[in-house]
Design a protein around this ligand. Structure first.
Ligand SMILES: [Mg+2]
Length: 230
């Protein structure tokens, strides 16, 4: 990875903690419906509804909240109390108000790279929520551009590269999702580095042993500095 000019970072579970907050909300949600179904069946019903709603709502907490409400209606066959609906809204709002917890090494890495590369955030999620998190994170100052994307498929990355006036071979994407941050970027001729996080949403999990000249996997984000020097 020698000619990199633009480095894009995924945000959730790459720069800061995200998925554990979803798991926490989901656990509380499953407990709310345990009189109707075993916990794992509630989780499965919710996941199915979330995936079904993705094309309509996109990624993020607001869509998750609507899917929780729909799951309540489905699981209770329309007999749910308003109290249950209000709990689901409360779980979502709690999640929207979580503090930002930066992952280890993030600031050191951004600080080391900021003069030498154009740094970009490329993330999915709700526009307002991601803007708020970025502001709360104190990391805005490092970034040349913030792209909040409705999806991370090849066409979405091509659009981003066009906007940045950057060739795929000069572009490096760093993120925790092989499916969203790595595979589509390699597919369009870009470079990608995978930094796995301990928890991954089922929708983002792919069985894949990536072997590609433009790909590296690292255990923690600070290892990126050594890779860029190679
Ligand atoms: Mg992520």
């Amino acid at each position: 990875m020698t000619n990199i000019k633009v480095i894009a970072f995924d945000a959730d579970d790459t720069l800061w903690v995200n998925e554990p907050y979803f798991r926490e909300a989901e656990d509380k949600f499953c407990a709310l419906l345990e009189d109707y179904l075993p916990l794992h069946s509630v989780a499965a019903a919710l996941f199915k509804i979330e995936i079904r709603n993705l094309p309509l709502y996109g990624y993020g907490i607001k869509g998750f909240m609507l899917s929780m409400i729909e799951t309540i209606l489905e699981v209770t066959e329309g007999t749910a109390s308003l109290e249950m609906i209000s709990k689901a809204i409360e779980f979502g709002k709690e999640q929207l108000n979580k503090p930002i917890e930066l992952l280890n090494g993030v600031e050191t890495v951004l600080d080391a790279l900021k003069g030498e590369y154009r740094l970009v955030v490329a993330t999915k999620g709700d526009l307002l929520d991601q803007e708020r998190k970025l502001q709360k994170s104190g990391l805005e100052k490092y970034f040349h551009h913030i792209e909040i994307m409705s999806d991370k498929q090849e066409k979405d990355y091509l659009k981003l590269l066009k906007h940045l006036d950057c060739k795929p071979e000069d572009f490096l994407m760093i993120g925790n999702s092989l499916k969203s941050d790595v595979l589509p970027v390699l597919q369009i001729g870009g470079n990608a580095v995978h930094v796995p996080y301990h928890t991954t949403w089922a929708h983002e999990v792919v069985e894949n042993n990536v072997a590609h000249d433009n790909f590296s996997a690292i255990a923690s984000i600070d290892e990126i500095l050594a890779i860029l020097k190679k």
